[in-house]
Design a protein around this ligand. Structure first.
Ligand code: UDP
Ligand code: MG
Length: 132
């Protein structure tokens, strides 16, 4: 399952609380990507610390881990031609104030601390995140 045709995407708790699940999934289905796994998950502190381990020295690490525990989120794996590259373009940019209109973060977020999605940024991170 893990190859460069798969991407791990999470709808963060804040995205669920704002009822954006459908808005986030819809463009991926329309585009023709295939949803091959999906799970509602209330992530534990330990899981989140492992998921975001690369950011452990960042000043926002503690608030990120806390906000990700504010409720359930949706974990997904999408498959399709160049989904890693195209999926990241469709979603975002880390800083939503710089995200283009027409992307998920461009249309539905303003603050980086309240981003509504996560997506893997490499084949290696996708592999790790799918395992978690
Ligand atoms: N984040 C934050 N402040 C920052 C940068 C990032 O709160 O200055 C949060 C934000 O929720 C982001 C997450 O940390 O989605 C992960 O950051 P990363 O740089 O990995 O961005 P992403 O992979 O989400 O684009
Ligand atoms: Mg990241």
């Amino acid at each position: 399952m893990v190859n460069n045709k798969c991407i791990f995407i999470a709808i963060k708790p804040h995205g669920m609380q704002c009822n954006f699940v459908g808005e986030i999934i819809k463009p991926f289905e329309q585009k023709g990507f295939c949803l091959i796994a999906m799970k509602l998950i209330q992530a534990s502190e330990d899981l989140l610390k492992e998921h975001y381990i690369d950011l452990k020295d960042c000043p926002f690490f503690a608030s990120l881990v806390k906000s990700m525990q504010s409720g359930p989120g949706v974990s997904m794996v999408w498959e399709g031609l160049k989904v890693m590259k195209t999926g990241r373009v469709m979603l975002r940019g880390t800083k939503p104030m710089n995200s283009r209109p027409g992307t998920i973060h461009g249309d539905f977020c303003i603050q980086v601390g309240r981003n509504i999605t996560h997506c893997s940024d490499s084949v290696e991170s996708a592999e790790k995140e799918m395992g978690l």
